[in-house]
Design a binder for this molecule. Structure first.
Ligand code: PEP
Ligand code: MN
Length: 257
């Protein structure tokens, strides 16, 4: 899964979508509703961003995963995306977990920055309790003590989670390190740890990114990463999915299946 932190413009998301599709991504990511630490930072394009994601999905055939922040927006986001992302800051937003559970839509649940494995699994249980078992867990790093990296990427969480649940476990080395230079090697490490997928931030022009610019890969760097992973994946008995079964009630969201 690859794409920019945030949808910023039509030109930006289409360039990102075309680039990651050509490089071999299976899904497009991009935030329309951004959970920013400061209320004065760019908050995302909202509904317009969702429409741009849908356009990018139609053009490239890549299904979209995008964050939903507010329980009141679940229906709207589900109409535009194949998968709902519940972000790290929302991992224990219980009304939101229940609402994405009720939607029946696939959910990418990210680990809270200070959440234990037990708390992470119990958060997933809120979604399952609503009858929705289409949950993917995402390790994205926990709060560490060392400012050398943005977070401390907990790769031991991958086999632990896999031993305790049937849900696929993916790794986000972008938020996990906060550094573009570390993303490729930690993606490789995630593969070695047995991850079922990788989520990476990619921007056509990282210097101009409105959020998370330090951790965004260029399109060429993402291409190199996919090539590199294709060499390592067979050692882990894995390959990159080229067609995904994300069929949902919204035809355009699942159009690539
Ligand atoms: C994101 O995926 O852009 C994001 C905000 O991630 P997290 O919730 O892991 O911080
Ligand atoms: Mn981000």
């Amino acid at each position: 899964m690859a794409g920019p932190c945030a949808v910023e413009s039509r030109q930006q998301i289409l360039a990102a979508a075309r680039g990651v599709a050509a490089a071999g991504a299976s899904m497009l990511r991009g935030g329309a509703f951004k959970p920013r630490t400061s209320p004065r930072s760019f908050q995302g394009l909202g509904r317009e961003g969702l429409e741009l994601l849908r356009e990018a999905s139609r053009e490239t055939g890549l299904p979209v995963v995008t964050e939903v922040l507010d329980p009141r927006d679940v229906e709207l986001v589900a109409e535009h995306a194949a998968m709902l992302q519940v972000g790290s800051r929302s991992m224990q937003n219980f009304p939101l977990l229940r609402e994405v559970g009720r939607s029946g839509h696939p959910v990418l649940l990210k680990r809270g920055a200070a959440a234990t494995i037990d708390e992470f699994l119990l958060a997933a249980d809120y979604i399952l309790a609503e009858g929705n078992d289409r949950v993917i867990l995402c390790e994205r790093g926990v709060r560490g003590f060392d400012p050398s990296t943005r977070n401390l990427l907990d790769l031991a969480a991958v086999p632990i989670l896999q031993s305790r649940t049937d849900a696929p476990v993916v790794v986000d080395p972008s938020h996990g390190t906060g550094r573009a230079d570390l993303v490729p090697v930690m993606a490789r490490a995630a593969v070695a740890a047995g991850a079922d997928g990788i989520l990476v931030e990619v921007h056509p022009d990282p210097e101009s990114a409105l959020s998370d610019r330090e951790q965004a890969l260029r399109l060429t760097e993402f291409g190199d990463l996919v090539e590199d992973l294709e060499r390592w994946l067979p050692l882990a008995g894995r390959r990159i999915a080229r067609t995904l079964n994300t069929a949902t009630s919204t035809p355009e969201a699942g159009a690539s299946t």
